[in-house]
Design a protein around this ligand. Structure first.
Ligand code: HEC
Length: 220
């Protein structure tokens, strides 16, 4: 770039010289002006080029800042392998066994469950005697017979299994809340289920709080 400028400058000085006899520096000066105009053109083009190079570089480094991705410390993801039990075989030990419900309940948090229950509260009331809602009132649900909320029109599916599945134990509630439609085929509870076992345990702890007659958590 500097070389180019020197070239242009040399050209200007060359043109500014009085060339013909009798020609004064005035004429030369005019040529300088026109040469300078040329040089302005050149500067414009060079400037535009320089500018686009800067923009490209700028965008690249901006992109790197915005989309900077840290390489993970450990590549890939861990698959938990069940400890010990060689009789279980390699295939079944790949999927870690679910934590037993009593263990989950021992560390369940009713306050967290109350928060998580907001999803359920869209359809369920919990205050004693409160009526209305898409789903039945859940006051005292733990230990209560299935499908026994006063004045609620349960689905045929639920009514059919109510006798066989018995009252709502923690285990039954846990299974139902995992996948309602699998535990009670034909249920009209339009809820996909709670995938996380800790979420379910927290909600069970909350259901226990709203159930005055609830049994203690199972210990084994
Ligand atoms: C979209 C509305 C809706 C949502 C959300 C919902 N439920 Fe339900 N639930 C229902 C309906 C409707 C029934 C009645 C099911 C039937 O008759 O088959 C029901 C039934 C139940 C029952 C059985 C009640 C009984 O008297 O036997 C329990 C327990 C229950 N729901 C708990 C929950 C919990 C806990 C959540 C949140 C994790 C939840 N539901 C989310 C609509 C809902």
């Amino acid at each position: 770039m500097a070389g180019m400028k020197a070239l242009v400058f040399a050209q200007i000085s060359l043109q500014a010289r009085p060339t013909r006899v009798g020609e004064g520096w005035t004429c030369g000066f005019q040529r300088v002006i026109s040469a300078m105009m040329d040089s302005f053109e050149f500067n414009k083009i060079a400037g535009a080029l320089l500018f686009s190079v800067l923009v490209v570089l700028g965008l690249r480094s901006l992109g790197e800042t915005v989309f900077h991705v840290d390489a993970p410390e450990k590549p890939g993801f861990m698959v938990e392998i069940g400890a010990g039990d060689s009789s279980a075989g390699a295939a079944s030990s790949v999927a870690a066994a679910a934590t037993p419900l009593p263990v989950l309940l021992a560390s369940a948090d009713a306050a967290k469950g109350k928060k998580a229950f907001k999803k359920c509260a869209a359809c369920h009331k919990v205050d004693a005697g409160a009526s209305g809602g898409v789903g039945p009132n859940l006051h005292g649900i733990v230990g209560k017979a299935m499908g026994a909320a006063d004045g609620f029109a349960y689905s045929k599916g639920l009514k059919e299994v109510a006798g066989a599945k018995g009252p709502w134990s923690y285990e039954a509630l846990d299974s139902f809340l995992t996948k309602p439609k699998v535990y009670i085929p034909g249920t009209k509870m339009s809820f996909a289920g709670l995938k996380k076992e800790a979420d379910r345990a927290n909600i069970l702890a909350y259901l226990k709080e709203i159930s005055p007659e609830a049994p203690a958590f199972p210990t084994e």
